[in-house]
Design a protein around this ligand. Structure first.
Ligand code: NHR
Ligand code: GAR
Length: 217
Protein backbone atom coordinates (compact mmCIF):
# COMPACT_ATOMS: atom_id res chain seq x y z
CA UNK A 1 0.00 0.00 0.00
CA UNK A 2 1.12 3.55 -0.76
CA UNK A 3 1.77 5.95 2.07
CA UNK A 4 -0.54 8.72 0.86
CA UNK A 5 -3.23 10.13 3.16
CA UNK A 6 -6.22 7.92 3.85
CA UNK A 7 -9.00 8.46 1.32
CA UNK A 8 -12.57 9.27 2.19
CA UNK A 9 -15.83 8.16 0.62
CA UNK A 10 -19.47 9.25 0.68
CA UNK A 11 -21.95 6.38 0.29
CA UNK A 12 -25.32 6.97 -1.41
CA UNK A 13 -28.19 4.61 -0.56
CA UNK A 14 -31.94 4.41 -1.11
CA UNK A 15 -33.05 1.48 1.03
CA UNK A 16 -31.86 -1.50 3.01
CA UNK A 17 -28.19 -0.59 2.87
CA UNK A 18 -26.72 -4.08 3.11
CA UNK A 19 -23.95 -3.19 0.66
CA UNK A 20 -23.12 -0.09 2.71
CA UNK A 21 -22.97 -2.31 5.76
CA UNK A 22 -20.63 -4.79 4.06
CA UNK A 23 -18.33 -1.88 3.21
CA UNK A 24 -18.31 -0.52 6.77
CA UNK A 25 -17.79 -3.97 8.27
CA UNK A 26 -14.86 -4.73 5.96
CA UNK A 27 -12.79 -2.22 7.96
CA UNK A 28 -11.18 -0.85 4.82
CA UNK A 29 -8.42 1.74 4.97
CA UNK A 30 -11.02 4.37 3.99
CA UNK A 31 -12.94 6.97 5.96
CA UNK A 32 -16.71 6.90 5.47
CA UNK A 33 -17.36 10.66 5.64
CA UNK A 34 -21.14 10.39 5.25
CA UNK A 35 -24.06 8.26 4.14
CA UNK A 36 -26.64 10.15 2.08
CA UNK A 37 -30.09 8.81 1.17
CA UNK A 38 -32.80 10.13 -1.12
CA UNK A 39 -35.35 8.54 1.22
CA UNK A 40 -35.74 9.45 4.89
CA UNK A 41 -37.10 5.95 5.62
CA UNK A 42 -34.12 4.08 4.15
CA UNK A 43 -33.45 1.25 6.61
CA UNK A 44 -29.71 1.58 6.13
CA UNK A 45 -29.64 5.02 7.77
CA UNK A 46 -30.26 3.48 11.21
CA UNK A 47 -27.18 1.31 10.93
CA UNK A 48 -25.02 4.23 9.76
CA UNK A 49 -26.24 6.36 12.69
CA UNK A 50 -25.42 3.55 15.14
CA UNK A 51 -21.90 3.51 13.75
CA UNK A 52 -21.56 7.25 14.33
CA UNK A 53 -21.41 8.05 10.63
CA UNK A 54 -22.84 11.40 9.51
CA UNK A 55 -26.17 10.75 7.76
CA UNK A 56 -28.22 13.03 5.56
CA UNK A 57 -31.44 12.74 3.58
CA UNK A 58 -32.08 14.67 0.38
CA UNK A 59 -35.60 13.74 -0.69
CA UNK A 60 -35.85 13.88 -4.47
CA UNK A 61 -39.58 14.60 -4.18
CA UNK A 62 -38.79 18.01 -2.74
CA UNK A 63 -37.27 19.25 -6.01
CA UNK A 64 -39.06 20.47 -9.14
CA UNK A 65 -36.63 18.83 -11.59
CA UNK A 66 -34.03 16.07 -11.70
CA UNK A 67 -31.39 18.75 -12.28
CA UNK A 68 -32.40 20.59 -9.09
CA UNK A 69 -32.18 17.37 -7.07
CA UNK A 70 -28.82 16.52 -8.64
CA UNK A 71 -27.48 20.00 -7.76
CA UNK A 72 -28.56 19.70 -4.12
CA UNK A 73 -27.11 16.20 -3.88
CA UNK A 74 -23.82 17.32 -5.42
CA UNK A 75 -23.56 20.22 -2.97
CA UNK A 76 -24.19 17.91 -0.01
CA UNK A 77 -21.56 15.47 -1.23
CA UNK A 78 -18.97 18.19 -1.92
CA UNK A 79 -19.22 19.47 1.65
CA UNK A 80 -17.53 16.21 2.70
CA UNK A 81 -14.81 16.51 0.03
CA UNK A 82 -14.76 12.75 -0.70
CA UNK A 83 -12.22 11.08 -2.94
CA UNK A 84 -14.92 8.71 -4.17
CA UNK A 85 -18.73 8.65 -4.32
CA UNK A 86 -20.02 5.11 -3.73
CA UNK A 87 -23.50 4.22 -5.02
CA UNK A 88 -24.81 1.30 -2.94
CA UNK A 89 -28.39 0.50 -3.92
CA UNK A 90 -28.96 4.12 -4.91
CA UNK A 91 -32.10 4.19 -7.05
CA UNK A 92 -32.13 7.60 -8.79
CA UNK A 93 -30.62 8.04 -12.23
CA UNK A 94 -28.10 10.89 -12.16
CA UNK A 95 -27.88 13.49 -14.93
CA UNK A 96 -24.91 14.17 -17.18
CA UNK A 97 -23.87 17.33 -15.30
CA UNK A 98 -23.74 15.42 -12.02
CA UNK A 99 -21.78 12.55 -13.54
CA UNK A 100 -19.35 14.95 -15.24
CA UNK A 101 -18.71 16.68 -11.92
CA UNK A 102 -17.70 13.39 -10.31
CA UNK A 103 -16.09 11.85 -13.39
CA UNK A 104 -13.70 9.08 -12.42
CA UNK A 105 -14.69 9.57 -8.77
CA UNK A 106 -17.96 7.63 -8.66
CA UNK A 107 -18.54 3.89 -8.50
CA UNK A 108 -21.67 1.69 -8.50
CA UNK A 109 -22.68 -1.89 -7.85
CA UNK A 110 -25.23 -3.27 -10.27
CA UNK A 111 -27.03 -6.60 -9.79
CA UNK A 112 -26.21 -8.20 -13.16
CA UNK A 113 -23.25 -9.24 -15.26
CA UNK A 114 -23.00 -6.04 -17.30
CA UNK A 115 -23.42 -5.32 -20.17
CA UNK A 116 -26.30 -7.78 -19.74
CA UNK A 117 -29.40 -6.34 -18.05
CA UNK A 118 -28.66 -2.68 -17.38
CA UNK A 119 -31.46 -0.82 -15.57
CA UNK A 120 -34.07 -2.23 -13.21
CA UNK A 121 -35.54 -5.68 -12.37
CA UNK A 122 -32.38 -7.52 -13.37
CA UNK A 123 -33.17 -10.79 -11.57
CA UNK A 124 -36.64 -11.06 -13.10
CA UNK A 125 -35.22 -10.38 -16.56
CA UNK A 126 -32.43 -12.94 -16.08
CA UNK A 127 -35.04 -15.58 -15.21
CA UNK A 128 -37.22 -14.59 -18.17
CA UNK A 129 -34.25 -14.91 -20.54
CA UNK A 130 -33.31 -18.28 -19.08
CA UNK A 131 -29.64 -17.37 -18.63
CA UNK A 132 -27.68 -19.94 -16.64
CA UNK A 133 -25.09 -17.51 -15.26
CA UNK A 134 -25.98 -14.27 -13.51
CA UNK A 135 -24.16 -12.01 -11.08
CA UNK A 136 -23.13 -8.52 -10.10
CA UNK A 137 -20.80 -5.83 -11.40
CA UNK A 138 -18.86 -3.02 -9.76
CA UNK A 139 -18.25 -0.26 -12.31
CA UNK A 140 -17.24 3.37 -12.57
CA UNK A 141 -20.24 5.56 -13.32
CA UNK A 142 -20.45 7.28 -16.70
CA UNK A 143 -23.37 9.22 -18.23
CA UNK A 144 -24.44 6.07 -20.09
CA UNK A 145 -26.48 4.17 -17.50
CA UNK A 146 -24.79 1.02 -16.19
CA UNK A 147 -22.09 1.11 -18.88
CA UNK A 148 -18.99 2.44 -17.14
CA UNK A 149 -15.59 0.69 -16.91
CA UNK A 150 -15.90 -2.63 -15.04
CA UNK A 151 -13.86 -2.96 -11.83
CA UNK A 152 -15.00 -6.40 -10.66
CA UNK A 153 -17.65 -9.01 -11.33
CA UNK A 154 -19.06 -11.98 -9.44
CA UNK A 155 -20.80 -14.85 -11.22
CA UNK A 156 -23.46 -17.11 -9.73
CA UNK A 157 -25.38 -20.03 -11.23
CA UNK A 158 -29.08 -19.71 -11.99
CA UNK A 159 -30.54 -22.90 -10.52
CA UNK A 160 -33.68 -24.83 -11.42
CA UNK A 161 -36.50 -23.64 -9.19
CA UNK A 162 -35.03 -20.19 -8.62
CA UNK A 163 -37.41 -17.28 -8.25
CA UNK A 164 -36.55 -13.59 -8.09
CA UNK A 165 -35.99 -13.78 -4.34
CA UNK A 166 -33.66 -16.79 -4.26
CA UNK A 167 -31.65 -15.50 -7.20
CA UNK A 168 -31.38 -11.99 -5.72
CA UNK A 169 -30.15 -13.44 -2.41
CA UNK A 170 -27.47 -15.52 -4.18
CA UNK A 171 -26.28 -12.47 -6.09
CA UNK A 172 -26.40 -10.21 -3.02
CA UNK A 173 -24.08 -12.51 -1.06
CA UNK A 174 -21.51 -12.01 -3.82
CA UNK A 175 -22.11 -8.25 -3.95
CA UNK A 176 -21.03 -8.20 -0.32
CA UNK A 177 -17.72 -9.78 -1.37
CA UNK A 178 -16.84 -7.79 -4.50
CA UNK A 179 -17.77 -4.27 -3.38
CA UNK A 180 -15.40 -4.22 -0.37
CA UNK A 181 -12.76 -5.90 -2.57
CA UNK A 182 -13.07 -3.21 -5.25
CA UNK A 183 -13.00 -0.40 -2.69
CA UNK A 184 -9.87 -1.85 -1.12
CA UNK A 185 -8.19 -1.67 -4.52
CA UNK A 186 -9.31 1.97 -4.78
CA UNK A 187 -7.99 2.73 -1.29
CA UNK A 188 -4.67 1.20 -2.22
CA UNK A 189 -4.54 3.22 -5.47
CA UNK A 190 -4.38 0.07 -7.56
CA UNK A 191 -7.15 0.85 -10.08
CA UNK A 192 -6.01 2.06 -13.50
CA UNK A 193 -8.40 2.76 -16.39
CA UNK A 194 -6.90 2.45 -19.87
CA UNK A 195 -9.03 2.53 -23.03
CA UNK A 196 -12.14 2.11 -20.89
CA UNK A 197 -10.85 -1.06 -19.23
CA UNK A 198 -9.97 -1.23 -15.54
CA UNK A 199 -6.84 -3.04 -14.45
CA UNK A 200 -5.70 -3.78 -10.93
CA UNK A 201 -2.00 -3.11 -10.55
CA UNK A 202 0.47 -4.96 -8.33
CA UNK A 203 -2.01 -7.65 -7.48
CA UNK A 204 -0.76 -10.13 -4.95
CA UNK A 205 -2.80 -12.66 -6.90
CA UNK A 206 -0.56 -12.13 -9.92
CA UNK A 207 -1.98 -8.98 -11.48
CA UNK A 208 -4.07 -10.68 -14.14
CA UNK A 209 -7.72 -10.07 -14.94
CA UNK A 210 -8.98 -13.21 -13.20
CA UNK A 211 -8.41 -11.40 -9.93
CA UNK A 212 -11.33 -9.17 -10.95
CA UNK A 213 -13.76 -12.11 -11.20
CA UNK A 214 -15.20 -14.07 -8.29
CA UNK A 215 -17.18 -17.25 -8.86
CA UNK A 216 -19.79 -18.17 -6.29
CA UNK A 217 -18.60 -21.11 -4.18
N1 NHR B 1 -26.54 7.43 -13.07
C1 NHR B 1 -25.77 7.43 -14.16
N2 NHR B 1 -25.67 8.57 -14.84
N3 NHR B 1 -25.08 6.34 -14.59
C2 NHR B 1 -25.21 5.20 -13.92
O1 NHR B 1 -24.55 4.13 -14.37
C3 NHR B 1 -26.02 5.12 -12.76
C4 NHR B 1 -26.67 6.29 -12.36
C5 NHR B 1 -27.52 6.29 -11.24
C6 NHR B 1 -27.72 5.13 -10.55
C7 NHR B 1 -27.46 2.68 -10.29
C8 NHR B 1 -28.30 1.86 -11.28
C9 NHR B 1 -28.19 0.37 -11.02
O2 NHR B 1 -27.16 -0.08 -10.54
C10 NHR B 1 -27.10 3.95 -10.96
C11 NHR B 1 -26.23 3.94 -12.05
C12 NHR B 1 -31.68 3.48 -10.75
C13 NHR B 1 -32.29 3.28 -11.99
C14 NHR B 1 -33.67 3.81 -12.26
O3 NHR B 1 -34.24 3.55 -13.30
C15 NHR B 1 -31.58 2.60 -12.96
C16 NHR B 1 -30.30 2.16 -12.72
C17 NHR B 1 -29.69 2.37 -11.49
C18 NHR B 1 -30.39 3.02 -10.50
N4 NHR B 1 -34.25 4.62 -11.34
C19 NHR B 1 -35.55 5.27 -11.48
C20 NHR B 1 -35.36 6.72 -11.90
O4 NHR B 1 -36.30 7.23 -12.54
C21 NHR B 1 -36.29 5.30 -10.18
C22 NHR B 1 -36.55 3.95 -9.61
C23 NHR B 1 -37.00 4.00 -8.15
O5 NHR B 1 -36.97 5.09 -7.53
O6 NHR B 1 -37.31 2.92 -7.60
O7 NHR B 1 -34.37 7.36 -11.55
O8 NHR B 1 -29.14 -0.36 -11.37
C1 GAR C 1 -28.45 -4.44 -4.43
O1 GAR C 1 -28.73 -5.71 -4.99
C2 GAR C 1 -27.87 -3.52 -5.48
O2 GAR C 1 -27.00 -4.17 -6.37
C3 GAR C 1 -29.11 -3.10 -6.19
O3 GAR C 1 -30.10 -2.95 -5.20
C4 GAR C 1 -29.74 -3.73 -4.07
C5 GAR C 1 -29.55 -2.81 -2.90
O4 GAR C 1 -29.41 -3.55 -1.72
N1 GAR C 1 -28.92 -1.88 -6.88
C6 GAR C 1 -29.74 -1.50 -7.83
O5 GAR C 1 -30.63 -2.21 -8.24
C7 GAR C 1 -29.48 -0.12 -8.36
N2 GAR C 1 -30.49 0.17 -9.31
P1 GAR C 1 -28.81 -2.87 -0.42
O6 GAR C 1 -29.58 -1.57 -0.19
O7 GAR C 1 -29.10 -3.86 0.66
O8 GAR C 1 -27.36 -2.64 -0.65
Amino acid sequence: MKSTAIKSIVILISGRGSNMRSIVEARLPLRVAAVISNRADAAGLGYAREKGIAVETIDHRGFPTREAFDAALAAAIERHRPDLVVLAGFMRILGDAFVARFAGRMINIHPSLLPMFPGLHTHRRALEEGVKVHGATVHFVTPSLDHGPIVAQAAVPVLPGDDEQTLAARVLAQEHRIYPMALRWFAEERLVIRDGVVRVTDSKAGGDDTAQLLMAP
